[in-house]
Design a protein around this ligand. Structure first.
Ligand SMILES: [Zn+2]
Length: 51
C-alpha cells in the first residue's frame, strides 16, 4: 500500500523505519518514518495493521 508525500504528492512504497507508539492503557499504533524519493522530505504516518 503506497503512502503519499505531504509535500510533493509522490508515492512512497515503504517506510525506512517503523516503531510502535503505545500509550499506557491504549492499543499501540505502528508509526512509519518515510523518506520521499522525489523531494527528499521525511514524514511520519500511522500504519494500518491487519488484525
Ligand atoms: Zn515529496
Amino acid at each position: 500500500m503506497p503512502y503519499t508525500c505531504p509535500k510533493c504528492g509522490a508515492e512512497v512504497e515503504a517506510p525506512i523505519k517503523t516503531w510502535v507508539l503505545a500509550p499506557k492503557g491504549r492499543k499501540g499504533v505502528v508509526i512509519g518514518l518515510f523518506k520521499c524519493p522525489r523531494c527528499g522530505a521525511t514524514f511520519r504516518k500511522g500504519i494500518k495493521t491487519q488484525a
